[in-house]
Write a protein that binds this ligand. Structure first.
Ligand code: FNR
Length: 378
C-alpha cells in the first residue's frame, strides 16, 4: 500500500525489486568482479538453472472464500517467534558490493525483526555486526576450520556477542570450480578485502609467525588453508555440540540419508540448500530435494530451505513442500549493492509484502496452513 500511495504522490522506489530485473540493475552498478562473484555459480551454471526450474514446475492452486483477509505470518523456531518465515542467508565479504557491508545488512534485518545469519567470512567482526544489529535476532554461520582452537575461539566470540543459533555449512569444505571467478583470478579474500573476522580472531593470530599487518599475503594464505580442503566427518559433530550450547543446524543437506544422519547426530535442524548452485555443477534443484527430506525428518527437526528463492510465490511453495522458513540470498545482496541498508530493506519488505498477498490470495491465513495440497506439479 505504501508503495502505491507514494506513487500517487509522484514518488517511486529507488530501484525496482522485480525479480527479473534486480540482478541486471545490480550488474550496472557493481564492478564486473563483484557482480561475477555474487551472480556466478559452479561450472556451467546448471545447478543455478535447476534451482529455478524446480520452482517453475510447481504451481499454486488458489482457494476462494477462506477468510484470508486477516493474516499472521509469524512462525516459531527454537522457541523464538519470528515475525515472518524468512531469514537472511549467510553471505561472505559483503563489503565487495557496498562499503558498509554486513553492518548495513544487520541494521536492515533488525529493523524488520528478521534474523541475519552472519557468515564466518564476514568483512566486519562478529562483535561489530552484533552491535550494528542492536536488539535484532542474530544467528551465526560456521565454516568449520581444520584448527579446533580457532573453531572454539570463533564460536565463543559469537556466543558472547549474543548469537543464538548456529548454522554449520557443510557443502563448502573446499571452493568449487567457479569459472566466473577463475577467469578473473578473483577471490575477495585474496584481494585483501573483507578479511576482518578470520584475521582478527585471537586464536588465529596466535598461529601466525608475524601479525597480518606485517605480512598480509601469508596471513591470508594461512587462513584459506585452514578453511578449505578440510576433512571433517559425521563422527566429529559432537565437537561442535560441545562448543555451542544453543540450537545447531547443518546447511547444505540435499540427500534424505544425510538429513537422517543429522537427526541421528542430535542436530536441531537442517537447511536444505545447494549453496545457490555455487558448489556442485549439475546437482539437483534444491526444491526437488525438499519434499522427500521434509517427509523423512520434518517431524523430528526444523527443516529450512534456500537456493533460488526470488518471489513471494517461491516462499509459499517452499513452505508448502515442508520448509518451516526460507533463507533469502542473492536478491538482498543486489539490494545492498544498489542502495546499502535502504536497498536491503526495500528488497526484504517487497518480498514479504509479495508473500503476504500471495498467501492471502491463494486462500491461506497462516504459513502453518500450507501443505503440498496447495500446489500442483506440472
Ligand atoms: C553465499 N552463500 C554462503 N553460504 C554460507 O554458508 N556462507 C557464506 O559465507 C556464503 N557466502 C555466499 C556468498 C555469495 C555471494 C552467495 C551468492 C552465496 C550461500 C548462501 O547462504 C545461500 O545458500 C545461497 O545464496 C542461496 O542461493 P540463492 O537463493 O541466493 O540463489
Amino acid at each position: 500500500n505504501e508503495i502505491y500511495l507514494q506513487g500517487l504522490a509522484g514518488t517511486t522506489p529507488a530501484f525496482s525489486t522485480d525479480p527479473t530485473t534486480l540482478d541486471g540493475a545490480a550488474s550496472g552498478v557493481l564492478t564486473p568482479e563483484a557482480y561475477g562473484y555474487v551472480a556466478g555459480g559452479a561450472g556451467s551454471g546448471a545447478t543455478m538453472h535447476a534451482n529455478r526450474e524446480a520452482f517453475d514446475r510447481w504451481k499454486i492452486v488458489p482457494r476462494m472464500l477462506t477468510g484470508a483477509t486477516e493474516r499472521d505470518l509469524s512462525t516459531t523456531l527454537f522457541g523464538a517467534t519470528l515475525p515472518v518465515p524468512v531469514l537472511l542467508a549467510p553471505i561472505g565479504v559483503q563489503t565487495i558490493v557496498h562499503p558498509e557491508g554486513e553492518l548495513a545488512t544487520a541494521r536492515a534485518a533488525a529493523a524488520l525483526g528478521v534474523p541475519m545469519i552472519l557468515s564466518t567470512a564476514s568483512a566486519h567482526t562478529i562483535e561489530e555486526v552484533a552491535e550494528a544489529g542492536g536488539d535484532g535476532p542474530r544467528w551465526f554461520q560456521l565454516y568449520w576450520p581444520s584448527d579446533d582452537e580457532v573453531c572454539a575461539s570463533i564460536l565463543a566470540r559469537a556466543r558472547a556477542a549474543g548469537y543464538s543459533t548456529l548454522v554449520v555449512t557443510l557443502d563448502t569444505w573446499t571452493l568449487a570450480w567457479r569459472p566466473q571467478d577463475l577467469d578473473r583470478a578473483y577471490l575477495p579474500f585474496l584481494k585483501g578485502e573483507g578479511t576482518a573476522i578470520p584475521l582478527s580472531d585471537p586464536a588465529f593470530r596466535a598461529r601466525l609467525p608475524r601479525p597480518p599487518e606485517e605480512d598480509l599475503p601469508s596471513a591470508i594464505l594461512q587462513w584459506v588453508g585452514m578453511f578449505t580442503g578440510t576433512d571433517h566427518t559425521w563422527e566429529q559433530l559432537p565437537l561442535i555440540r560441545k562448543l555451542w550450547d544453543g540450537p545447531i543446524l547443518l546447511k547444505g543437506i540435499q540427500h534424505v540419508d544425510d538429513a537422517r544422519r543429522a537427526v541421528a547426530a542430535g542436530m536441531d535442524g537442517i537447511v536444505v540448500s545447494n549453496h545457490g548452485g555455487r558448489q556442485v555443477d549439475g546437482a539437483l534443484g534444491a526444491l526437488d530435494a525438499l519434499p522427500g527430506i521434509a517427509q523423512a525428518v520434518g517431524e523430528k527437526i526444523e527443516v529450512l530451505f534456500d537456493s533460488g528463492v526470488r518471489t513471494g510465490a517461491d516462499v509459499l511453495k517452499a513452505l508448502a513442500l515442508g520448509a518451516k522458513a526460507v533463507l533469502l540470498g542473492r536478491p538482498f545482496v543486489y539490494g545492498l549493492g544498489l542502495a546499502g541498508e535502504e536497498g536491503v530493506r526495500h528488497v526484504l519488505r517487497s518480498l514479504l509484502a509479495d508473500f503476504d498477498l500471495t498467501l492471502g490470495l491463494s486462500g491461506h491465513r497462516r504459513p502453518a496452513e500450507l501443505s503440498p495440497a496447495a500446489l500442483h506439479r506440472d
